[in-house]
Each structure stands twice: as structure tokens, then as C-alpha cells.
Design a protein around this ligand. Sequence first.
Ligand SMILES: NC(=O)c1ccc[n+]([C@@H]2O[C@H](COP(=O)([O-])OP(=O)(O)OC[C@H]3O[C@@H](n4cnc5c(N)ncnc54)[C@H](O)[C@@H]3O)[C@@H](O)[C@H]2O)c1
Length: 362
Amino acid sequence: VTDDGAGGRTIRVGGPAPYDVVVGHGVAERLPALLPDAATVALVSAGPIEQLTGRLDDTLTAAGHRVVRVDVPAGERGKTLDAAAALWNAFSQVPLTRSDAVVAVGGGATTDLAGFAAATWLRGVRIVHVPTTLLGMVDAAVGGKTAINTAAGKNLVGAFHPPAGVLVDLEVLSTLPVAEWVNGLAEVVKAGFVADPVILDVLEKDLAAARQPGGPGTRELVERSIQMKADVVGADLRETGPREVLNYGHTLGHAIERVERFRWPHGHAVSVGLVFAAALGRADGRLDDATADRHRTVLEALGLPTTYPAGAWPELLEAMRVDKKARADRLRFVVLDGLARPGILEAPEQSLLDKAFAEVAA
Ligand SMILES: NC(=O)c1ccc[n+]([C@@H]2O[C@H](COP(=O)([O-])OP(=O)(O)OC[C@H]3O[C@@H](n4cnc5c(N)ncnc54)[C@H](O)[C@@H]3O)[C@@H](O)[C@H]2O)c1
């Protein structure tokens, strides 16, 4: 992390197409610097974030860009093929050329949709993400994965399209509903356990305060979580190796999302998945009791669920076997060999899985 001396900090994401993530309060004016020489900018936004979108529009216009605003439906309703087609149409009317750029302002659903449209329009135009939810900031906007949902399932159609930059203005969190904030905290906790335990220390300093959007420590939590993701995706954009650690808690988490037909918030599913993954590590004799128990304690105190109905276990097992990240039908889990020491558990015995599920079964 480098401090720019004017309230903004920059985290570099490496890899084949490196880019910067700028984090700070009131950093909207930094947007033009992330888009040098884009004559026209399609400013795509969704949801109740008009104030920020307006500021970005003014800033870009003042910097000499031609700005065309495009609204898309907020949330998952926007992650459809129809919404992508509407964006392609809007881009053609702008018209948006290869030397122009897209700026996406909104939650993870919006940056995923706009990212996918930008990845496919003219086979790829530049995009800068301006995430406005905690989940968007620490996860969706960083890493270059984009996707839409189709009849085949969630996030099965997409592209790797790293952004040209990411602008994280923490001020926008002041309007975020508590439920959306808490949902994003699951990924923050994950980052703490797989890579950066200081995140856990910051949360544990005052767990009640940590439940409130934008409370003290927000900046540190966001920066550290982004740094963790930047380190991983910088080394492995296409998920062929080290990026797998980001999947901690997600194998059961994805299964819960499927069984719940995607009506459960992602963070809730991941939260149960994290407690399960910790239990697997413990049951396999890798993870000490204190670290395993710490998962449940932290997540519960933050208001995230840590149990799931016992009767759903057969269905969850089945769902895990068809997860897009399973290899053939061998189950593979990211587990911990200790705090911030991720490892892989492949094809565990059924008895081990049962024992771990017993820890989350309600
Ligand atoms: N590409 C990736 O690597 C990646 C990673 C994680 C998640 N995702 C995707 O991200 C999506 C979830 O993202 P999300 O949790 O940000 O949800 P979201 O985009 O659905 O936004 C949630 C809600 O919050 C509202 N909102 C956004 N910012 C706000 C603000 N500042 N104040 C008030 N309301 C605001 C939105 O309008 C929406 O109604 C999922 O589709 C998921 O698949 C992608």
C-alpha cells in the first residue's frame, strides 16, 4: 500500500495487466487519472448512489471527457443477458470505441454486469470499477472476473477482464444498509483467516461496532482485504493455482446457495461454509481448537449465520459434487493448517465430512 499524501492510498494488483486500486474518503476526483486518454466514458450505474455517480460525472466532465450515463437495474436483476444486451445497445449508440472506456458504479452485481459487457463489447474495452458495497470493494471489483446469470445457473457465463483501475470511495458506505454491510463482512473474515490475522484483531477490538457500516477500522479492513485479494490474483489471474485459497468456505457456501436457490445472501452462505471448513481442518487434525472456534465466535458476533438445517446434508453433498470448482467429482476443500496457513484437503473420507457437518448442523 502506498500513501499518496492526499487521503488516498493505492494498492497495486500485478499480473499480465497490472492496475491500481485507490482507496480513501472522498476520492472521486481521482477517477480521471485512472482513465488517461479515454475521449468518451460510458458511466454505468445502478441503485441509490446518485450522489456519487453525479460527482463522478462532474469530475470526468471537468477533466474533458465526454460522459454518457447509462442506468442498469440494481442487484441480481441486472445480471442478465437482457441487461447485457441493453448495455451493448447503449454502447453502440454512444458510440463507444476501443479507445473509450466504461466506468461501473454499484454493487458487485453491477460491476459484474458492466464488466461482462465491457469484456465483450468490441472484444474488450477498458473498464474502471467504482464499487459501492463492502462486498464489491473487497471482492467483486478486484480480480478481473466478470459474469452474468443465465438459465444454466449463476455466474456460469462470463469472462476474465481485469479492470484498468478500481476506485474505492469509502464515503459511499454511509448509505449502505446494515444487512449489505454484514453480508460483505464474511469475505473480510475469510481474508483474515486465510492470509491476514490483523483483520481479525481489528474486528475483535469491538465486534459490536464492526457490525455497523463504515465504523472505525473500516479503512483498514477494506485495505487489508483488498491487499490479500490483490496478492492472490496478481499471482494467478485465471484460477489455475494459488487463487484457489479465495475459495476458503466457498465449497459448502456455494452448495448452500444452490440448495437455497440463490435466495440466501452470498455472505451468509460463506459464513456457514467458513465454520464448516474450520471444522474440517480440525477433524483432519490440522487446525487447533482455538483457531477453529474463533471462526464461529467472530462470525456469530458480526450477525452472520453459522448453522444450517441438519436434514439438508445429503442435498448439500450432492450440490458440492457438481460445484464448478470441483475437479471431476472429487471433493476438494481449502482448509487451514493453522491461522493464515491454507492447505488443500482432497477427497476426504465421508466420516470426516460428516463429523465437520455436525459442527454446523442445527
Ligand atoms: N466478480 C467477482 O469476482 C465476484 C466476487 C464476489 C461476488 N461477486 C458478485 O457480486 C454480486 C453481489 O454483490 P453485492 O453484495 O455488492 O450486491 P449487489 O450488487 O446486488 O448490491 C446489493 C444492493 O445494495 C444496493 N447498494 C449498492 N451500493 C449501495 C450503497 N452505497 N448504499 C445503498 N445501497 C447500495 C444495490 O442497489 C443493491 O440493491 C453477486 O452477483 C456476486 O456473484 C462477484
